[in-house]
Design a protein around this ligand. Structure first.
Ligand code: TYD
Ligand code: MG
Length: 455
């Protein structure tokens, strides 16, 4: 006997509740719970050990079978993918609206089409004319790309089923797609999940490389269906500040490659341009040192990127609660670092507003940024510039120790290559680098002394 239970699914995070609530208990979003198609719950135990078909076992090793990857014609895109598109893979491309997802995919699709492969680009957001206009702006209007504007998964799969499978299929975006076998408006979790399931099945059966564009919610996760992240092989995120030129393509999950490689692009008048050497991209290019600015040799996968961390401290006269504002770094991490500077190094930030900015719209995720942020904060507090052409890296513990980080040598070598002459980091930063004076610090208090003395 089967009985069905109602359930409600949060459209923002995918959490399931068994009764309707005004606010999601998981992500605190308001009015996001929507009744999901009822699931059938079997209350009786079934014997599943007979009646099925035999499944086939295969060997793990099959000689001659190799992963062939197809280049997108954009090295930076290939790099982030781990070497190019794998046939039959499903990719979810997330990013803020207007960041350049459609632009990037149109460029990649046009490149593949120009290389003689069949590519289908389905837009559910723009009319074919709009996409054509964009293509002519990008200078790829002559690519033999199959373009369509549709939001019906049934129409798309019927059409594709009647023709030879293309090499690549782009669906822009999954939230606009609709399947008539599932109840609910486009964009709801059950619709998004159902449509993605059908499209991914088609990709697996035919070996098409499928790219689904997914919108991102306020808090940065790919909208609605966290479930989508489990269904696809690769989750990519296209990031950047819309007001800045630079965009970073990052793989958050990759069943076919490493997730720590990034692709760097610059949004220009003729679409996205690849940035092959991003080291200097995020530096301000100014020569004379200013108080509150520290350069951090960050590492993105295997690529070093030098970024400038800027701090501003404003002393408050009144007893108002001081503000702490961060752009490009973690808020909680700044609070922690301020607490360590106060309790382990005797500095006082309690009556001061603290602003922290990572230049160039870059977002720091590397834990080794702690020391550079600390150096910028102390330099801003003391109003003393850090030594000229110096770089700072290291992780800071709650006890105020500077802890070792990965690839110290690589960071220092890149800095030296770009004309930096001093480096400050954790003790094991050891390896000797030509033209670079490395002075280790083991405690944050020593860094404070050093900045205060300006040596
Ligand atoms: P788009 O690819 O439509 O973003 P998404 O699909 O992620 O929403 O990118 C739109 C932005 O890119 C738009 O604000 C204008 C900018 N842009 C350029 O600067 N140059 C260009 O050549 C193109 C096509 C877009
Ligand atoms: Mg778009």
């Amino acid at each position: 006997m089967a009985k069905s239970k109602k359930k409600y699914v949060c459209q923002a995070c995918g959490a399931v509740a068994h009764r309707w609530q005004g606010q999601c208990g998981d992500c605190s979003e308001w009015n996001s719970l929507v009744e999901d198609a009822p699931a059938t719950v079997f209350s009786q135990k079934h014997d599943l050990s007979s009646g099925g078909r035999a499944i086939e076992f295969v060997d793990l090793h099959r000689p001659g079978e190799e992963l062939v990857r197809r280049t997108t014609g954009l090295d930076e895109f290939d790099r982030a993918l781990g070497g190019g598109l794998v046939p039959g893979c499903a990719i979810l491309m997330g990013g803020d609206p207007g960041i350049g997802k459609s632009t990037l995919l149109l460029q990649a699709a046009a490149n593949i089409a120009k290389a003689g492969k069949e590519v289908v680009y389905v837009s559910g957001e723009e009319a074919a004319g709009q996409v054509r206009l964009r293509a002519s702006r990008l200078g790829v209007a002559d690519a033999p790309l199959k373009l369509a504007s549709s939001t019906s998964v049934r129409d798309i799969l019927t059409t594709l089923g009647a023709m030879e499978a293309p090499a690549m299929l782009v669906i822009d975006s999954i939230q606009t797609m609709h399947s008539d076998t599932i109840e609910g408006a486009p964009g709801t979790v059950s619709q998004v999940r159902g449509c993605a399931f059908e499209l991914i099945r088609y990709a697996k059966e035919t070996g098409v490389a499928l790219v689904l564009v997914g919108h991102v919610t306020k808090d940065g996760s790919i909208a609605g269906p966290r479930v989508l992240e489990h269904m696809v092989d690769v989750v990519m995120s296209f990031e950047g500040e819309r007001s800045h030129q630079y965009r970073i393509l990052r793989a958050l999950k990759n069943r076919f490659g490493a997730v720590d490689e990034i692709g760097v692009f610059a949004m220009a008048a003729k679409g996205l341009e690849e940035v092959a050497n991003p080291s200097l991209l995020f530096l301000s290019g100014r020569d004379e040192p200013l108080a509150g600015s520290a350069v951090f040799p960050a590492l993105e996968g295997t690529r070093p990127v030098l970024v400038e961390v800027q701090a501003l401290i404003v002393r408050l006269q009144s007893g108002a609660t001081p503000r702490r504002a961060v752009v490009g770094w973690d808020n909680g991490r700044l609070a922690m670092l301020l607490a360590v500077l106060e309790s382990r190094c005797g500095l006082n930030f309690s009556s001061a507003e603290v602003y922290l900015n990572v230049a160039g719209g870059y977002r720091l995720a590397d834990p080794a940024a702690d020391l550079a942020v600390a150096a910028a904060l102390v330099s801003a507090l003391a109003d003393k510039p850090l030594p000229e052409r110096s770089v700072w890296f290291g992780e800071v513990s709650l006890a105020g120790e500077v802890r070792p980080v990965a690839h110290a040598g690589l960071r220092l070598r890149e800095a030296a290559k770009l004309g930096f002459v001093t480096g400050c980091g954790p003790q094991n930063g050891g390896e000797k680098v030509a033209n670079m004076k490395f002075s280790p610090v083991d405690r944050l208090s020593k860094l404070v002394d050093r900045v205060m003395a300006n040596t």
